[in-house]
Design a protein around this ligand. Structure first.
Ligand SMILES: [Zn+2]
Length: 434
């Protein structure tokens, strides 16, 4: 163990010797070793005398006399070993939470707050929560976790699951506070990106049960709608209405705040993610840890408000998706109508384009000369075609030249009796039928 009671205070020998240079270190260790031999160092738990050991294999540490070790110091060592993976923030946050809860213990007789390793030393637990809470017989394991992604997500996942299982078997409900640098939320896409380990850190609170109830009511009222889908969340697979919450710790200097996220975990596969029911919100430590009839961990009024807003959003999204479906159907119909119209116009346009082109061409013809050629049976096939279109479109203009259609047709019939060329005859027949 790294601590001893020395001159009325806790001495942490690891922290103490780290203050000195290598040369001085030897001298300091020697000094404390002698003090221990003179019975100046006591166990902070059982107050038995301790010796200072500074071997090659183990780091410098205090130890009871042979065969005199106490349960609490053993529990303390287990706990120290367990928290080795955590960073410096871990103990800072843990102490702040402990002090806050300890303050509440004074005014709430049914609340008991203790460090996990102290509370359960006697039972020789294999894992300890940072803080043990007992509220009117209901037990909680409160743990702060840092470095979630480090030493491989896989290993952390196993560690967390093992502890969750262990505490559960011992009848405790787990509450996790996660270091905020792991937070990756994107409310615009209603998604919370997670480490695999964070699946095990999402807990179920009373407020989450209320959310479950709301979601079930909404699904009953609007069957056939997938709620996460309504919000544009693209799920890995079917999602149950099992709302959970994740608590992140933010620390700036000594100031600590929490933020809480309400979510539905997606299927456990990469990329690990969850549907975000609400935008996360921040709470200060006393708000977050109000212990009334239960550990609240959330702002009750705000949750009621959030649920109301969420229900409204669902209604809005359903209306929007109905409107969209309607619009789609209409536009399908419209598109079909448009297609028919376009096909129709395509034929007409094709014809009229030809007519316009030929009209333009026919305007240029010298109709008197063409009629003269008709009389002398010298119209070419192209000229015959041009004459047809001219007469078709500009027949009224014939008058300007002192001609009539009937007169022209008389000459056409005459020509038909004399001309054998099919390309010419075709257009002459067309003119005759005008
Ligand atoms: Zn002891």
């Amino acid at each position: 163990m790294d601590v001893a009671l020395y001159e009325g205070e806790i001495l942490n020998i690891t922290a103490e010797v780290s203050r000195y240079s290598d040369v001085e270190k030897e001298r300091m260790i020697d000094k404390y070793r002698k003090a221990a031999e003179k019975k100046a160092m006591a166990c902070p738990f059982c107050h038995e005398e301790l010796r200072l050991r500074a071997g090659e294999i183990r780091d410098i540490h205090f130890a009871h006399l042979k065969g005199r070790s106490c349960q609490e110091s053993e529990a303390y060592d287990t706990y120290q070993n367990q928290t080795k993976r955590e960073n410096k923030k871990h103990s800072v946050v843990k102490e702040i939470i402990y002090n806050e809860l300890k303050g509440q213990e004074l005014i709430r007789p049914d609340l008991k707050v203790e460090y996990g390793y102290k509370e359960k030393a006697e039972e020789k637990w294999k894992h300890f929560p940072d803080i043990y809470l007992n509220k009117n017989g209901r037990e909680f394991a409160v743990s702060v976790i840092t470095n979630v992604h480090e030493i491989g997500d896989d290993k952390v996942v196993k560690t967390i699951n093992k502890r969750n299982k262990y505490f559960q078997d011992k009848g405790l409900e787990s509450i996790w506070f996660v270091e905020d640098r792991e937070l990756a939320d994107d409310f615009e896409h209603r998604v919370l990106h997670l480490w695999e380990a964070e699946y095990g850190l999402a807990i179920k609170t009373e407020e989450d049960n209320k959310w479950d109830k709301l979601l079930n009511e909404l699904s009953e009222e609007f069957p056939g709608y997938n709620i996460p889908h309504l919000f544009g969340y693209r799920a890995h697979g079917p999602m149950n209405h099992d709302v959970r919450s994740l608590y992140y710790v933010h620390s700036i200097g000594d100031e600590i705040t929490f933020s809480m996220y309400r979510l539905i975990l997606d299927q456990m596969r990469s990329p690990f993610r969850a549907f975000a029911l609400t935008k996360g919100y921040r709470m200060n430590i006393s708000q977050a840890l109000i212990v009334r009839d239960e550990i609240l961990l959330s702002d009750k009024e705000r949750e009621d408000q959030n649920r109301l807003e969420f229900a409204n959003q669902v209604l809005f999204q359903i209306e929007a998706s109905k409107a969209e479906a309607l619009l789609k159907r209409d536009s399908n119909e419209a598109r079909n109508k448009q297609k028919v119209r376009e096909d129709y116009f395509a034929t007409i346009v094709h014809e009229s384009f030809k007519e316009v082109a030929l009209t333009h061409f026919s305007i240029d013809i010298d109709v008197v000369e063409y009629i003269s050629k008709l009389k002398y049976l010298s119209l070419s096939p192209n000229e015959s075609e041009a004459l047809f279109y001219f007469l078709k479109i500009h027949r009224k203009e014939l008058e300007d030249y002192g001609l009539t259609l009937i007169e022209v047709k008389k000459w056409v019939r005459y020509a038909l009796g004399k001309v054998n060329e099919p390309k010419i005859r075709k257009w002459l027949v067309e003119i005759d039928e005008l």
